[in-house]
Design a protein around this ligand. Sequence first.
Ligand code: SF4
Length: 596
Amino acid sequence: METGLGSFIEQVLTRQGNDPGRLVQILRDVQAEYGHVAQRAIEILAERLGLPVGAVESTLDFYSFLTREPTGAYRILFSDNITDRMAGNQAIFDHMAKRLGVTRGVVSPDGLVSLDFTSCTGMCDQGPAILVNGMAITHMTLRRADQICELVRSRVPLVEWPSDFFRIEHNIRRADMLLSSDFMPGSALKAAIAMGRDAYLAEVKRSNLRGRGGAGFTTGVKWEAARNARGEARYIVCNADEGEPGTFKDRVLLQFYAERVFEGMALAGYVVGAKLGLVYLRGEYLYMRAQLEEKLAEFRAARLLGKSILGVEGFDFDIEIHMGAGAYICGEETALIESLEGKAGRPRIRPPFPVAIGYRGQPTVVNNVETLCKVTEVALHGGAWYEGYGTKQSTGTKILSVSGDVERPGIYEYPFGVRISQVLEDAGARNARAVQISGAAGQCLTSREFGRRIAFEDVPTAGSFMVFGDHRDMFEVARNFAHFFQHESCGFCTPCRVGTTIQAKIMDKIAAGHGTQYEMNELQHLREVMRTASHCGLGQTAGAAIADTIARFREDYEKRLARKDFEPAFDLDAALARAREITGRDDADSRLLSDA
Ligand code: SF4
């Protein structure tokens, strides 16, 4: 075992260039081979990479797809977004657990299988979804669960499972400027090269294109800042870690429009003077990695990547794919950079911003997948043309991931400024009670607000658009988000680490019928503490959905509240029962009367 483990790690290290900065990739490889990363593997890696054991452990323990303890030979993870819940994932999970004879989080005695939940896997338009050894399977039903149980019991290798299990649909329901246009690989690069670097950058600035990852920073300004920053090298990072619950548009862009994404990265590299681009692909999208590598090979063969791109002397640029390993916080750009450097994905203190000091300490542009697609449009048609779409402050189009209680879940592209009511009508939402925009960290809107517009100046969004019908309980929606944040808090700062935990516990207490006005006040208080004192956006927004649903759907909370003003979270009297039994006391003084 030791020899086998040692030689396997040597192969992995050689493949990864013996680079400690690739530790996440290295750990992923070990996990994939052995189903976990054993203590001995940690020690070998630390020694070979010249890292303290604690540094390897810190990275390993941070990511939910990496484990020290063995998982089943078939590791099955159920996506647990609220839309998966609404589609019945819990019943399928219970059915499968019963048929396989396992309980949640415990490996079967023969080591064959383990079953657990994971955060949203980005398949909300075709859930319930699962991951089996990292590969996505959608449209789960009891029948499909039975088939999977049979395959697992018969130990059929994953590559021999029915291919239709792994088919991921694009569900493009409305195409506009980007999704409807044909694209010839190389055409945007040729157009930009014909203009020259400065002129193309001027067009990007003219377009007023703003980042589609949520923050909405102006792309041209970001590129210019990175180009002008001091550094020995420059990097372009494609943030393909779309982990916001309910978001899946980047999945579709990467799977069906990868040429646009890669060419957008090359365009950014051209302007900024970068030689290397990195795609940070979320671990849940492992299924598309081979296809993306093939596409990169085609680009190299066509001289759209590599040395002297399209014959331009000095224009050298290539792209590598790095896989995430199950951490929502890595969607935050500085956490993502930490992860790319092989560390736990904890957000950095800003400033300095990545455009000045980013990946490996050098100027780095981090752009969202959709933003990178859009810069190809600007190269082909110019900034003025692009600016003509959308609104003054939100130019161009926005791609929405629509899921939940709609007849046609999927991808919808609109010029910015579209009303929420229009999206609901197009998607076939009947009697929508609420829409959660921009995921768990976003805003919850009621029917009174459906006249509002999707735009940075009104309702900004990274793309998630979850619809809840009039039969939905918005308390349960908010409770799902509370558990999501508790799970995904990176633990770096106290307000978020402790706040998200207490928040989830309070929501559970209310769900159990033990909540009072005191808990309602505590939720509001916690929200303020996390919003004002947390280090990054995760903690700052972790209480937003609860605050929104309390403000708009208070009745969903109040119907669960007990009448008393206060009920302790811990029943001390019940906890002392065993002590009374041992001491033989049961007099009044040995009891704590809760009403006293
Ligand atoms: Fe980590 Fe939360 Fe603090 Fe952000 S706010 S750094 S996620 S603990």
